[in-house]
Design a protein around this ligand. Structure first.
Ligand SMILES: *Cc1c(COP(=O)(O)O)cnc(C)c1O
Ligand SMILES: [Zn+2]
Length: 444
């Protein structure tokens, strides 16, 4: 950044007057209690032409030295308040956009791409927001703020990201986890990064309620996506998708939704790109929910006229097992602006969609399975047309969820009929046994 005229601030989403600086410890509007969002001075961003921005974004990605962050290649758009020396980065963002032409052809659409946000340090897109939040904390500490620790409630991935970024920055972290409701990989991550790991006999919504009370104290800083600094990092997912498509906008972007920060973020990034003139049309957005945790889907059925939180039931898509999503208002606003759709997926649908995706070379987590199942259902319903280009956002790496993948292939998931199971064949260590199996499998 050559100059410091870029500016951004917190503002109430309900439209209350007033701008709050990004280094203030505040998560809700002091006047009405509604959520805050980060607003950028778009006029300053407009002083650089769209063509120059595009050029700069790609040059920076190409020339950036290690770790090379997709987020910080868009520093002015994300969080201009953070000084370069306070950036805590582990090379997040700039993830692959996986083209799946064979699958697109099979279902009869123009193209299908999967944005692999889980190909990142802690294995989920949560790194994107956490680099921004922890960098801001590092800056606040440098400015002399007393912050004892940064804390979050989590369905597993937020806590992993928080713990890693805090460990890198030497900032204490506290994570509240719903006992028995996250994967083994997700549990070991904060433990390994030496976060104070609190395992609570409740669900995510219970942890979220507690964390909001806990962070009323100013010295424990809130790292959930209710803190809208996170959204600024996550919004680059939408920006990167169009950048990777050479600034062509796809017809659909499909995102699995739990607490609904990510769908809001992706919409926000695209809206800002359009406001500054880097794109001139918008995709339709789809939020995909697990049927077992579908309060937004229920609301969608009422045309969003009504929203009621509900207790989330146990689902394989444990990272979106949330019944009282904090960012619901932002999500509804974004979905309305993008002619959005909410779709749901059963356990059987999500697990089989995962396994089918894996047969195309992906290695898909259950949450992404929800989005892929929604994709297949919308093609089936002819909402998605044969000429459409579709991007599905993959939110985590499948390796974090290998337990449920093993259960799938061993037919141990209740309510799931595994159509694509592939079991290892146990044989003696002899050449003829191997040859016989190959013969049997592939024919002669
Ligand atoms: C957090 C998370 C989600 C849901 O994102 P929200 O912003 O809570 O809607 C989806 N998938 C994975 C893997 C996650 O970790
Ligand atoms: Zn307000």
């Amino acid at each position: 950044m050559e100059n410091n005229t870029y500016s951004a601030w917190f503002q109430c989403i309900a439209g209350c007057e007033g701008k709050l600086p990004l280094n203030e410890i505040v998560y809700r509007c002091p006047a009405c209690g509604d959520l805050l969002e980060v607003q950028h001075d778009l006029d300053v961003l407009r002083q650089t032409s769209p063509a120059d921005w595009k050029e700069q974004f790609s040059t920076r990605l190409a020339t950036m030295s290690s770790p090379g962050s997709g987020i910080w290649s868009k520093h002015e758009w994300v969080c201009p308040a953070v000084a370069p020396e306070n950036i805590v980065s582990i090379g997040e963002g700039r993830t692959p956009l996986f083209d799946v032409p064979r699958w697109a052809k099979q279902v009869g659409i123009a193209s299908l791409r999967v944005k692999l946000c889980g190909n990142s340090h802690t294995g989920s897109f949560k790194d994107l927001g956490m680099t921004v939040l922890v960098s801001m904390v590092k800056q606040m500490v440098a400015e002399g703020r007393q912050i004892k620790a940064v804390a979050c409630a989590s369905t597993g991935d937020t806590s992993a990201a928080l713990a890693a970024y805090c460990a890198a920055a030497n900032i204490p972290a506290v994570v509240l986890l719903p006992r028995g409701k996250i994967s083994t990989a997700q549990l070991i991550q904060p433990i390994a990064n030496n976060a104070l790991t609190l395992s609570l006999d409740t669900d995510f919504d219970g942890c979220m309620e507690l964390i909001q009370k806990l962070t009323k104290s100013q010295d424990i800083y809130l790292a959930n996506s209710m803190n809208s600094l996170r959204i600024e990092g996550q919004k680059t997912v939408g920006m990167e998708i169009v950048q990777q498509l050479n600034w062509q906008v796809p017809d659909w972007i499909i995102v699995p939704g739990g607490n609904l920060g990510n769908i809001s973020a992706i919409g926000k990034g695209l809206q800002e790109l359009r406001a500054v003139g880097l794109i001139n049309r918008m995709p339709r957005l789809v939020c995909a929910q697990a049927q077992k945790a579908n309060p937004l889907y229920q609301s969608y059925l009422t045309g969003f006229s009504d929203f009621a939180p509900k207790a989330a039931e146990s689902t394989l898509a444990s990272a979106i097992q949330i019944g009282a999503p904090v960012s619901v208002k932002k999500a509804i606003r974004v979905l309305t602006a993008f002619d959005g759709v909410v779709e749901q997926a059963s356990e059987d649908e999500l697990a089989n969609a995962c396994a089918l995706a894996d047969r195309h070379g992906l290695f898909t987590c259950p949450q992404t399975g929800v989005a892929l199942a929604a994709f297949l259902k919308l093609v089936e319903k002819k909402e998605i047309k044969p000429t459409d280009n579709v991007v599905v956002v993959s939110t985590a790496h499948g390796l974090k969820f290998s337990d449920s993948k093993i259960d799938y292939h061993e037919s141990r998931l209740s309510g799931v009929a595994p159509k694509y199971a592939n079991l290892p064949v146990e044989i003696p260590p002899a050449l003829d046994s191997v040859q016989q199996q190959i013969q049997q499998h592939f024919g002669s």
